[in-house]
Design a protein around this ligand. Structure first.
Ligand SMILES: Cc1cc2nc3c(=O)[nH]c(=O)nc-3n(C[C@H](O)[C@H](O)[C@H](O)COP(=O)(O)O)c2cc1C
Length: 347
């Protein structure tokens, strides 16, 4: 078994069996949505319909980028895709690097086979933009998906045994990819430490228009790699486990900068999804909860989680008197002191 495949399998094993969450929160709990006792609408009036990058979605949810290329990732990806297609939500694939290295992995990523209408984003690490040509990456992405997510994961690579710690030139590589992509959307995402205002400004200059925050408060990828590391990296990993921008702050900043934003990183229930949308997210993504649901109950677990989110968001919207996404983005709310302090800094 090659190194990448072995590492991805160990990520799944660790994310399934160990507590790799941040110990600090997303700060979404500091967004207090104001209850409306007279919503003056019926539950059936509440619509979750939305768009992301001009593509329609039945509800503002994505299954977050996880896997593929483990040798047995196909069943996982197809089950996630069936759930996503059934509820008309979006799906993000894990890194397509294994498929670029070995075309026999490609079938694990072919989730469009489940439904050609499923909104799917492929995924690649920013570091890989220098290992493959833009055309190699974009051609495979266009074959598999409706757009490409480029992930940033410096903290994770630092702690990862044998991680790739060359981060120079990433923003130029992203700018080149965006220019070359003409029409194939490029979304830039973090993997658990969040995107800062300064990152956002650089990404704007590089021509990026859509981001996924993957802020602190959900899965700690430094935590996952700390579980795999030994020696100095294990010791430093324990120190950096909780380092990162709380998801709520990152969503606010990306919205202020005018990005079309997927809020993620510990957005694990309908109330947090509503709070993320109130802060300006166009949709939310969650990753590890879908892995846990799949490991416990396969298809039933995945569908139950989506249903809980969909029904739950409708209930939250009724409780705040919002019948659609436009109204939810504008419902009254109060922001707590800690989150407010993030809102006040400039780049
Ligand atoms: C098992 C697993 C594999 C992941 N693989 C990828 C990946 O290949 N590419 C990527 O951008 N993010 C990857 N992620 C990170 C997630 O997409 C997400 O950004 C992060 O876990 C925070 O979200 P969460 O708190 O909902 O888990 C992975 C997450 C999990 C749980």
């Amino acid at each position: 078994m090659n190194d990448t495949r072995e590492r991805k399998r160990s990520h799944i094993e660790i994310c399934t069996n160990r507590d790799v969450r941040f110990r600090k929160s997303t700060l979404l709990e500091e967004v207090e949505l104001i209850h409306c006792a007279l919503p003056e609408c019926d539950l059936e009036d509440v619509s979750l319909a939305t768009t992301f990058l001009d593509r329609p979605l039945g509800a503002p949810f994505f299954i977050g980028a996880m896997t593929g290329g483990t040798g047995d990732g196909g069943a996982f990806n197809m089950t996630l895709a069936e759930g996503a297609a059934r509820y008309n939500i979006g799906m993000c694939l894990g890194s397509i690097r294994p498929a670029l290295l070995d075309s026999s992995c490609i079938p694990e990523f072919q989730v469009k086979q489940v439904s050609k209408d499923l909104l799917v984003f492929a995924n690649i690490g920013a570091n890989q933009l220098n290992s493959f040509s833009p055309d190699q990456i974009l051609d495979l992405s266009a074959e598999l998906a409706d757009g490409l997510m480029v992930h940033l994961n410096a903290g994770m690579e630092l702690i990862q045994p044998g991680g790739d710690v060359r981060f120079s030139g990433q923003i130029d590589a992203i700018a080149r990819l965006v220019e070359r992509a003409s029409g194939h959307p490029i979304i830039v995402k973090e993997t658990g430490m969040g995107l800062s205002l300064r990152d956002g400004v650089r990404l704007k200059r590089a021509g990026v228009t859509a981001v996924e925050t993957a802020g602190a408060g959900g899965t700690s990828w430094v935590g996952v790699e700390t579980e795999r590391a030994t020696g100095i990296n294990r010791a430093v990993g324990k120190v950096l486990w909780d380092f990162g921008i709380p998801t709520a702050a990152s969503i606010h900043w990306m919205n202020e900068l005018g990005f079309e934003t997927i809020g993620s990183g510990g957005v694990y229930n309908a109330l947090d999804a509503a709070r993320a949308i109130r802060l300006g997210a166009q949709a939310v993504a969650m990753a590890r909860p879908f892995l846990l649901a799949y490991e416990q109950e396969r298809r039933h677990g995945v569908e139950q989680l989506i249903e809980e989110l969909v029904v739950g968001l409708k209930y939250v919207m009724l409780c705040v008197g919002a019948v659609d996404m436009a109204q939810l983005k504008n419902v009254p709310c109060i922001v707590g002191n800690k989150l407010q302090r993030f809102f006040e800094i400039d780049s």
